[in-house]
Design a protein around this ligand. Structure first.
Ligand code: FBP
Length: 699
C-alpha cells in the first residue's frame, strides 16, 4: 500500500475497532457489572432479625475472657427473614446510619461485592444512610482518610476483582495511640458501625475495636477475607460455621488454570519440570485445592510433612529402649529426597518432565526451619524491646545480622550461660545459602508474621533436589528409561542385533517396557568399557553409533522452570461462587448492623451445599481467639486454620498421589479445569476441597 493510501492517524484513532480496542470497558466488564448475584432466601424478605443460637459452644481462652469482657458472651446469630416486624424493630432497622468500611491485608477477589451487598441493603433500608470507605486500609481509620461510597462507584466495581475502589493496607491497630486515633475518627464521622474486611489478624483487630467502642455505641463487624483459606471456623463440637474465607476459590481457580496449562505444555515438550510455588502463607489449602483441580504430578502439603513419622527409626529406638525425636517430622534433606524419588521414578518410564506444586509456607513445617523462624522472631523482638531502635535498621546488611548472631553465640560460650542462639544453631544456619539466610532474617510484617512470599522457598528446596539428583546420576541410579521398541528400531537401523546388546546395556532387559541402562554405565568411557569387557568391541574400536545414541538418550538432564503464583490470582476477577458468596456476606453484614450486633463476623453456613441451603449467620469473634507467638511474645489472635490431614480432601489427594505422579508407562492423569468462566454452565460452583470436606463432616 502506498503511503498516501493508508489511513491517517487521526482517522485510525477514530475508527470504531480502535475505539473498542482502546476502551477500558470491554464486554467482560459490561457483563460482570450487570450480573446480579442471587440472594439467600432470608434476604428476599423486607426485614431480617437475628436469633441467638445457643447450641454452638466454644472453648473460651481465659485471656480472651479477660481482655474482651464486653463481647465474650456473644452467641452465634442466625439471620432470619421477616415480613412484618413490630414498629420499633422496623424503626431501628430503617434508621439512617453512617457505616464505615475498610479492607485490610492482601486483596481477595469479591471484596467489591461485600461493599455492594452492604450498600444495597443499607440504602434499601434508608436511602439517607451514608457509606464511607476508609482509604488504604487501617491507616485510613487511624488518619481519618475516607471517601463516601456512592451508587455510581459501587456499580463501577460490581463483580470485579481487587480492592481498587478504596485500596487496602496491612497496618495493625495495635497500640493504645492507634486505637485512640481510630476511635476518634469513628466518632468524628458519627459512625454507627465499622466493617472490617480482613483475615485472621484483621478480625482480631475487629474484636478489640468492638470492645473498645462498645461504650460509644459503635458496632464493629468483621468479614472473613483471604485467598489463603485459613479462616475456617468450627465450634467446640466440630460443627462448621465458616468453611472458607472469600477469595480462596478464585485464587485457587486462577492458579489451577495456569498450572494446568503448564501440565499440558510440559507433557507436550517433555523437557521441563515446572516448579510452581503457590501463595497461602503458612497453610497449604491453596496448594491442596490446586492439586485436586489439576492433578499435578507432585504436590507438597506442609501439614502432611509436619505429620510425617519415620516408623523405621521409631522401631529401632524402641528396640534400644530409647526415644528418637528425629523420627517425627521431616528435615529439608528428607523432603528433597522424597521429591527426587518422584522425579527418578518418572524418568525411569521415560518421563523426564512434570509439574510440582509447592505451598509458599512449606518451610514452616520443616523442623529445623521452624526452629529458626521461632528463634529469630524472639531474638529480633528482644532486641527491639531492649533497644529503642529497630533490629533491621541497626543491622541493614546480612553480614551485620550474622555478626550479631555470632556475638549472641559468643556470649553464651564465654559466660557459659544459656542463650537462644547456640553454636549448633550458628553452624546449621551457616550451612544455608545466603539468599535463604537473608529470607529468614527478613523484617516480619506489621502483624509479626513471617513473610513467606518474600522467601524463595522453591529455590531452597529445588537446590537440594538438584544436588541429590546429581549424586544419584553419578551413582547410576537416575536414568531415563528407553522404550523397548525405540531401542530395537534404533539398533536394527544400524544392522545390529538388539538382543545381543540388550543384556549388556540394560539392567532390566528381560522384563522392562522401559529399559534402564545399568548403573555402572555412567559415561561414554564406562559404556565402552562394558562393551570391551564383554568382547563386543576391541579397545581400538568405537562404540557403535546407535548404541551411543541410546546411551545419550538415557542420561537425564534436570531442567526446571520456576513460577510463582500469588499476586496474579489475588487480582483475578471473582468466580461466580465468590461473587455470590461476597454479595450475600455484604447483605449479612447489614443485617448484623441493623439488628445491633457487634464483635461478630459475618459468615455463611452451609457454603458447601446448594445455594438454597446457604444460611447467613454472625459468628462471635472473641470466643475464637487464642494466644499465639507473634514477634517473640504471646499475643491474643484469631486462630489460623491449617490443612487437616484427616480431612476428606487431603485423604483423597493422598489416595491419588501415586496415580497423579504417573510414574508408570502411559499417559499422565492431568485434569483440565480451564479458565474461570463467568457465564455458561461449565464452571464449577464450589471449591473442590469444600465439597470433599463436607463429605465427612457432621450434617
Ligand atoms: P492476607 O492474609 O492478608 O489475606 O494475605 C494473603 C497473602 O496473599 C498471602 O498468601 C501472602 O503470603 C501474603 O498475602 C503476601 O503479602 P504481601 O501482599 O504483603 O506481599
Amino acid at each position: 500500500m502506498k503511503a498516501e493510501d493508508s489511513i491517517s492517524l487521526v482517522e485510525l484513532l477514530k475508527h470504531p475497532e480502535v475505539r473498542k480496542a482502546t476502551s477500558n470497558i470491554n464486554q467482560e466488564v459490561i457483563e460482570r457489572r450487570a450480573y446480579k448475584p442471587a440472594v439467600s432466601d432470608v434476604f428476599s424478605h423486607p426485614y431480617t432479625v437475628l436469633e441467638n443460637n445457643f447450641s454452638y459452644k466454644f472453648d473460651v481462652d481465659n485471656e480472651a475472657r479477660r481482655r474482651l469482657p464486653g463481647i465474650i458472651e456473644n452467641k452465634v446469630q442466625t439471620v432470619v427473614g421477616v415480613d412484618l416486624p413490630d414498629e420499633p424493630v422496623k424503626d431501628k432497622y430503617n434508621r439512617k446510619r453512617n457505616i464505615g468500611i475498610v479492607f485490610s491485608g492482601g486483596p481477595a477477589p469479591g471484596g467489591h461485592n461485600v461493599i455492594a451487598g452492604i450498600f444495597d441493603a443499607a440504602k434499601k433500608a434508608n436511602s439517607d444512610t451514608k457509606i464511607y470507605g476508609f482509604l488504604l486500609g487501617p491507616d485510613g481509620i487511624i488518619e481519618n482518610e475516607t471517601m463516601e461510597i456512592t451508587g455510581d462507584l459501587v456499580d463501577k466495581y460490581r463483580n470485579l476483582g481487587g480492592f481498587t475502589m478504596i485500596k487496602t493496607g496491612r497496618t495493625k491497630i495495635d497500640t493504645p495511640k492507634k486505637m485512640a486515633l481510630s476511635k476518634e475518627t469513628c466518632k468524628q464521622l458519627g459512625l454507627d458501625a465499622l466493617v472490617i474486611v480482613g483475615g485472621d489478624d484483621s478480625n482480631t483487630n475487629a474484636a478489640f475495636l468492638a470492645e473498645e467502642m462498645l461504650e460509644d455505641g459503635i458496632q464493629v463487624i468483621g468479614v472473613p477475607k483471604t485467598i489463603d483459606g485459613d479462616i475456617q471456623v468450627r465450634d467446640a463440637d466440630n460443627n462448621v460455621l465458616c468453611a472458607m474465607s472469600f477469595g480462596f476459590h478464585t485464587a485457587a481457580r486462577a492458579f489451577a488454570t495456569e498450572i494446568s496449562n503448564l501440565c499440558t505444555d510440559s507433557s507436550s515438550d517433555v523437557k521441563y519440570w515446572h516448579i510452581c510455588k503457590v501463595m497461602g502463607r503458612v497453610a497449604s489449602h491453596l496448594a491442596l485445592e490446586v492439586a485436586l483441580q489439576t492433578h499435578a504430578n507432585i504436590t507438597l502439603v506442609g501439614e502432611d510433612i509436619a505429620n510425617y513419622v519415620d516408623d523405621e527409626r521409631l522401631e529401632i529406638a524402641q528396640k534400644e529402649g530409647t526415644i528418637n525425636y528425629h523420627a517425627y517430622g521431616m528435615t529439608l534433606r528428607h523432603l528433597s529426597r522424597v521429591i527426587c524419588d518422584g522425579i527418578v521414578r518418572r524418568a525411569a518410564v521415560g518421563k523426564n518432565y512434570g509439574v510440582i506444586v509447592i505451598p509458599e509456607g512449606v518451610l514452616e513445617f520443616i523442623n529445623e526451619i521452624q526452629m529458626f523462624i521461632i528463634k529469630l522472631n524472639t531474638i529480633i523482638a528482644e532486641y527491639n524491646q531492649t533497644h529503642d531502635t529497630n533490629f533491621h535498621s541497626d543491622f541493614p546488611l546480612l553480614e551485620d545480622k550474622l555478626e550479631y548472631l555470632r556475638r549472641l553465640m559468643g556470649y553464651a560460650q564465654k559466660e557459659n550461660s544459656f542463650t537462644i542462639w547456640n553454636l549448633r544453631d550458628n553452624e546449621l544456619f551457616n550451612d544455608l545459602p545466603d539468599f535463604f539466610q537473608e529470607g529468614l532474617l527478613l523484617e516480619r510484617d506489621s502483624h509479626g508474621n513471617f513473610q513467606f512470599s518474600q522467601v524463595e522457598t522453591d529455590k531452597v528446596i529445588m537446590g537440594m533436589v538438584t544436588d541429590y539428583l546429581n549424586i544419584l546420576k553419578e551413582k547410576g541410579a537416575h536414568k531415563i528409561g528407553i522404550e523397548r521398541s525405540y531401542y530395537q528400531k534404533t539398533l536394527n537401523k544400524q544392522g545390529l542385533d538388539p538382543d545381543y546388546f540388550g543384556p549388556i546395556l540394560f539392567k532390566n532387559y528381560d522384563v522392562g517396557q522401559f529399559l534402564l541402562v545399568k548403573p555402572s554405565i555412567i559415561s561414554l568411557k564406562t559404556l565402552k568399557h562394558a562393551l570391551v569387557k564383554e568382547g563386543i568391541i576391541s579397545e581400538t574400536e568405537n562404540v557403535p553409533a546407535s548404541v551411543e545414541k541410546i546411551y545419550h538418550k538415557s542420561v537425564p538432564k534436570f531442567k526446571t522452570q520456576i513460577h510463582f503464583y500469588g499476586y496474579d490470582g489475588r487480582g483475578n476477577d471473582p468466580t461466580r461462587f465468590d461473587c455470590l458468596y461476597t454479595y450475600n456476606l455484604g447483605l449479612t453484614v447489614f443485617s448484623l448492623i441493623a439488628n445491633g450486633a457487634t464483635g461478630q463476623m459475618a459468615a455463611i453456613k452451609n457454603l458447601e451445599k446448594e445455594f438454597a441451603q446457604w444460611e447467613p449467620i454472625g459468628i462471635p469473634i472473641a470466643p475464637l481467639m487464642r494466644l499465639e507467638e507473634r514477634k517473640g511474645k504471646l499475643t491474643l489472635v484469631l486462630e489460623k486454620s491449617i490443612v487437616d490431614v484427616d480431612s476428606a480432601s487431603f485423604k483423597v489427594l493422598k489416595a491419588f498421589r501415586e496415580k497423579w505422579l504417573a510414574a508408570t508407562p502411559g499417559e499422565d492423569n492431568y485434569r483440565r479445569p480451564g479458565p474461570i468462566r463467568f457465564t455458561g454452565k461449565s464452571e464449577e460452583d464450589r471449591p473442590i476441597t469444600l465439597v470433599l470436606n463436607a463429605l465427612d463432616t457432621p450434617a
